[in-house]
Ligand binder design. Structure first.
Ligand code: PGA
Length: 250
């Protein structure tokens, strides 16, 4: 049985007070569930989030990290720093990092390698742009993103990896991949992992879908056999919506 995951990527939203109040609302209404729930607030609010979620089964993740251990990298945050405040999971490769901060496959491979070396879990994001899909290149693009950043990992590292397929054209646009499109791509991704690593790793890895997941469409997307959860942006900022999405797993 693969782990079902619903993770909220808050992006650059919520100051300290906003973080407190959103987490309070979340904790107060959290359903009893077998779904693994995660939230990724901005860096500065990670310690507060960890403190507020003590004893609650909601894990705190970071939205990014640097590949070096420490040093002259102004403005950056290392794996050790995240671990030191109780954060063991990091989102890497988000399309906004790729687009606005020029993060490419080579850089992401270093970041993933460092996170894995430090014992962290990685939610690795990838996905094609609209033009790729129009050109029929979506499978090719996804295959390349996976291969360049992940396929050199040793088999033992894969238990630290969660995959998040996020077609760029569906992020924050209100446009969702149809459940069939998501299933088709997730099955393809699982096949790639089987080929690059092993059948058992491919069978066990959680593959999340991200891109305009809302309470109204979550259940249908999550019902697909190769969709193991969601990476939620906008809807994770509204406690009721995020909770409804968690409940969509039934
Ligand atoms: P969205 O964002 O749910 O607002 O589309 C998803 C994401 O960027 O992870």
């Amino acid at each position: 049985m693969r782990t079902k995951i619903v993770a909220g990527n808050w992006k650059m939203n919520q100051d300290l007070e906003g973080t407190r109040s959103l987490l309070r609302d979340l904790v107060a209404n959290l359903p009893r569930t077998s779904v693994s729930v995660m939230v990724a607030p901005p860096f500065v609010n990670l310690p507060e989030a960890v403190a507020l979620l003590q004893g609650v089964s909601v894990e705190v993740a970071a939205q990014n990290m640097h590949f070096a251990d420490s040093g002259a990298y102004t403005g950056e945050i290392s794996a050790e720093m995240l671990l030191s405040v109780g954060v063991k999971t990091v989102i890497l490769g988000h399309s906004e990092r790729r687009a606005y901060f020029r993060e490419d496959d080579e850089l992401l491979s270093k970041k993933v390698g460092k996170a894995v070396e430090k014992g962290m879990n990685v939610i690795f994001c990838f996905g094609e742009e609209l033009a790729d899909r129009y050109d029929g290149k979506h499978f090719e693009v996804v295959e390349r993103q996976l291969k360049n950043a992940l396929f050199d990992l040793p088999e033992t590292a894969w238990k630290q990896i969660i995959l998040a397929y996020e077609p760029v054209w569906a992020i924050g646009t209100g446009e969702t991949a149809s459940p069939e499109q998501a299933q088709e791509m997730h099955a393809f991704i699982r096949k790639q992992v089987a080929g690059a690593c092993s059948e058992s790793v491919a069978e066990g890895i959680s593959i999340l879908y991200g891109g305009s997941v809302k309470p109204g469409n979550a259940a249908e997307i999550f019902s697909k056999p190769d969709v193991d959860g969601g990476l939620i942006g906008g809807a994770s900022l509204v406690a009721d919506d995020f909770i409804a999405i968690i409940k969509a797993f039934g």
